[in-house]
Design a protein around this ligand. Structure first.
Ligand code: 13P
Length: 244
């Protein structure tokens, strides 16, 4: 099974999302060997989920709060994400960590909350350019994954997204991806009970239809978490086809 996930970030108004869904669905055939998901901004979750109902495209949140409800202005809970049609949630994206101060401690609580509300967490990990240059990549991945020691075994997907490769056109090299993914898999094996089954580890960072086939050839890569290219329905449909 391969996985292709669109992270729309803070893009699209309603009519743009409608146009995307129409164009993408015209080009999309569900494949038993590919799991496809789209993470729209909050205001588009319901209409996107409605468009994809019965077409086997999952809808994810881009973030969620650990508490089910309460006085948290501007936040959305896992319960609310589930209520609008999400079956998963992206957690710990580097933009959340860097721009909104999301901590590993908060993420441990979010992973638990996602599990409690039956949402599949897609946990993002990855080093900054400075951390890579200082030789700290594996230490960073180790720290970011260690939150799973506090959550207990839980089904999840992981995305390795080197921060320096996000939105830059600078895709990580095959050797860098292999090293990071092998490390993540080994760490997950020590943290997770075997009965959770294999955890898919996706790559994210400047994925395009031009470089995705090469990425999919890497045995440790289970698929892609895609930003910019996922805003173009033809490109996103191509990525899904390439994974099939
Ligand atoms: P780009 O594909 O635009 O580099 O974004 C990657 C990303 O952040 C997906 O979560």
């Amino acid at each position: 099974m391969r996985f292709v996930v669109a992270n729309w970030k803070m893009n699209f108004l309603s009519d743009q999302a409608r146009d995307f869904c129409e164009a993408f669905l015209a080009d999309y055939t569900a494949s038993p060997s590919v799991t496809t998901a789209i993470a729209p901004p909050f205001h588009l979750i319901r209409p996107v989920a409605d468009s994809f109902r019965s077409r086997q495209v999952r809808v994810f949140g881009q973030n969620g709060h650990a508490d089910p409800k309460g006085a948290f202005t501007g936040e959305i809970s896992m319960a609310q994400l589930q209520d609008v049609g999400c079956s998963g949630v992206i957690l710990g994206h580097s933009e959340r960590r860097q721009l909104f101060g999301e901590t590993d401690e908060a993420l441990a609580a979010k992973v638990k909350a996602a599990r409690d509300w039956n949402l599949l967490p897609l946990l993002c990990v990855g080093e900054t350019l400075e951390e890579r240059q200082r030789g700290q990549t594996l230490d960073v991945l180790d720290r970011q994954l260690s939150i799973l020691a506090r959550t207990g075994p839980t089904p999840l997907w992981v995305a390795y997204e080197p921060v320096w490769a996000i939105g830059t056109g600078l895709r990580a090299e095959v050797a860098q991806i292999r090293e990071a993914h092998a490390f993540i898999q080994a760490k997950l094996r020590t943290l997770m009970a075997p009965n959770i089954g294999p955890v898919p580890v996706l790559y994210g960072g400047s994925v395009t239809p031009e470089n995705f086939p090469e990425l999919l050839d890497i045995p440790e890569v289970a698929g892609g978490l895609v930003g910019g290219a996922s805003l173009d329905p033809a490109k996103f449909a191509t990525l899904v086809k390439q994974a099939g």
